[in-house]
Design a protein around this ligand. Sequence first.
Ligand code: NAI
Length: 251
Amino acid sequence: APEAVPLHAALAGKVALVTGAARGIGAATAERLAQEGARVVCLDVPALREALGATAKAVGGESLALDVTSPDAPARLVAALKERHGGVDVVVHNAGITRDRTLAKMTSQEWEQVLAVNLAAILAADEALLGQGALRDGGRLVYLSSISGVAGNFGQANYAATKAALIGYVAALAPRLASRGICANAVAPGFIETAMVAKMPLLTREVGRRLNALSQGGQPRDVAELVTFLSTPGAFGLTGNTVRVCGQGLI
Ligand code: NAI
């Protein structure tokens, strides 16, 4: 794949928060946003503090070790952004988990964990960011949905439900924020080669790669490119949408 070509320092002077930034799509997104001139606050769980620090250092940004599901996460997030930067311009809700299991065998704990990280934590963070005025006018909200939320995927009823929820959420949220020039969009990646899919059985992974429209596993930077575009001021005409990236395949 070709290397990304920076737009025109489209995010100079902007502050961006990326959750789940220690690795994978989040790390690639932090890097790409920084290439456009954003000051990036990289958030991930305390257990990945080292990898998180490495991302933050590589992008010339900052780290924020925080589990998004902890009860005080929204308040700590708002406080950190306000104290350090007076607010935030771009929020990429990228942190997400899978707990795959056939529907018949899925435990209530597996449902709850996935709902907590992939949905409830995002709603709680947004409530705080918007309710306490941390997200500045002209802001950009980007959510990591998934092709699994569009088409479903075997063994992923919990995950697919949360990713589909985000599609409805951005559609509902966008009109409420339009008067402030804030855009809210989701991206729905196909199969992307990261640690998340590395734990899939080999055969599932092979099928995933082939279902990708590019007939290969997509790369984190493919997603980062779209997220970055949606984060720029010029993308003001796009809101309430879910954009598929790396294949409209069935995974
Ligand atoms: P990954 O597992 O490599 O990275 C996810 C990051 O989120 C990790 O660093 C993890 O520590 C962090 N995270 C998880 N729970 C957290 C919590 N409670 N608090 C703070 N951080 C937390 O996964 P990947 O593949 O980079 O996925 C990123 C996003 O993209 C996820 O939302 C995922 O569902 C979505 N996605 C991934 C696809 C893929 O094929 N890899 C396809 C479609 C969507």
